[in-house]
Design a protein around this ligand. Structure first.
Ligand code: SF4
Length: 394
């Protein structure tokens, strides 16, 4: 088994195009200070008309969101794109794994474009296929692989979704992770102790779902560290565990801390704490409400006037919620400003460059998933869509 030394998120030049790594954008980007950028984007979009469909993830900057035909979370946006077969070009203002999901779900003739190829996801980058295959081999060697179902969060690369498809596993979102775990355990009715799940890449979503929704204990969970031999776990630990959590996390949601919640409550006892399940377990335990970005948006839309909230999710979304709901007191659940740095790489200059290139007949930054990976990833996505009674929002 090889332990691969992977620096996280090496943004910049000439990296591995097949992954979430950063790469250089070819071509001439307009200057960020060009005062005509908004008009240039509008003109290019108008010129492309129905041939173009622009997707904007909730965590994108306002300067980009203003040009989105639809906004949403990654899976909703990929499905929205699939529902627009007349659109020849899908420009995904989001990150790399999201554009891959859109490419998987759209028709072969539709071209998915990511305006800046360096817009990866640090969490998705924490689980690489070679590492996951090494981990699976180690589970085989430990004699437990036959009891394990792999479950991957939507925020993972297409080849990890395909790995799950090939190995009897499923994709989940933050809305349906409990249904996915229930389904996964049910696949191993004869396994000792009720089966196991190998969950990646986000250990926090896996732990929060297992403990708070499935009734498992923290002792049922172990963390597989891909940088350690055998994941840093003994054979006994692997045999005893129900949840084998990949050591990955979101660099944004992992920042929120329980002591800030204590401070905010001391200042305002009526404040409600609303967080995403990618936050750490101690933060989620102290929060009043926990849910996906769509859940967070709906909760704020339904909040009574005058109520006060601290929200633990990406700052662009929190800022927009605060602007859209001036009758509420909304604060960010961190002492420091924290945007998703890779989401923020999609800015107006990159969007203008991508759109004007399309007007000129040049397709730039196309994201294409190879047919074998697409086929296997679809298997895992279709299993997710068959999960009973759940929305599929992340
Ligand atoms: S917010 Fe976190 S999970 Fe989402 S794209 Fe950024 S790093 Fe990845």
């Amino acid at each position: 088994m090889s332990i691969i030394d992977l620096p996280l998120l090496p943004l910049g030049k000439g990296r591995d195009l097949g992954t979430e790594r950063g790469v250089e954008c070819p071509g001439d980007l307009p200057s960020a200070s060009d005062p005509t950028l908004v008009e240039r984007a509008r003109v290019a979009k108008e010129a492309l008309g129905e041939r173009l469909f622009v997707l904007g993830h909730h965590y994108q900057r306002d300067e980009v969101i203003q040009f989105a035909d639809v906004t949403g979370d990654s899976f909703k946006l990929a499905r929205d794109a699939a529902g627009r077969p007349a659109a020849e070009f899908i420009v995904f203002c989001g990150v790399h794994f999201m554009a891959e999901s859109a490419d998987i779900l759209t028709a072969p003739e539709q071209k998915v474009i990511l305006p800046d190829l360096a817009a990866g996801c640090s969490m998705a980058d924490m689980a690489r296929l070679a590492q996951v295959e090494d981990a699976w081999d180690a589970l085989v060697d430990a004699g437990v692989a036959q009891d394990v179902v792999p479950v991957t969060y939507m925020n993972s690369s297409a080849d990890i979704k395909a790995f799950c498809g090939r190995n009897g596993g499923v994709v989940c979102t933050s809305s349906n992770a409990d249904a996915a775990l229930e389904w996964a355990f049910a696949q191993k009715p004869d396994a000792p102790g009720g089966g196991k799940v190998l969950f990646f890449p986000d250990q926090h979503l896996g732990r929060n779902t297992a403990v708070l929704k499935m009734g498992l204990s923290l002792d049922d969970c172990v963390v597989w560290d891909p940088r350690q031999p055998n994941g840093g776990l003994s054979v006994e630990q692997l045999r005893d565990a129900r949840m084998i959590l990949w050591r990955g996390h979101c660099s944004v949601h992992g920042r929120f801390s329980a002591d800030v919640i204590d401070e905010l409550r001391a200042k305002d006892p009526d404040i409600s704490i609303l967080v995403h399940p990618e936050c750490t377990h101690d933060v989620v335990l102290k929060a009043d409400l926990v849910g996906s970005t769509e859940f967070i948006i709906k909760t704020i839309e339904a909040a009574p006037a005058g109520s006060s909230w601290a929200i633990g999710t990406e700052l662009n979304l929190v800022k927009r919620l605060s602007q859209d709901h001036p009758d509420l007191s909304i604060s960010f659940l961190d002492r420091n400003v924290c945007y998703c740095s890779t989401m923020n790489r999609i800015d107006l200059p990159h969007l203008v460059w991508a759109l004007e290139s399309l007007v000129d007949g040049v397709v730039v930054n196309q994201i294409e998933v190879d047919p074998d990976t697409e086929r296997d990833a679809k298997v895992a996505l279709e299993r997710m869509l068959s999960l009973p009674g759940k929305s599929h929002r992340d």
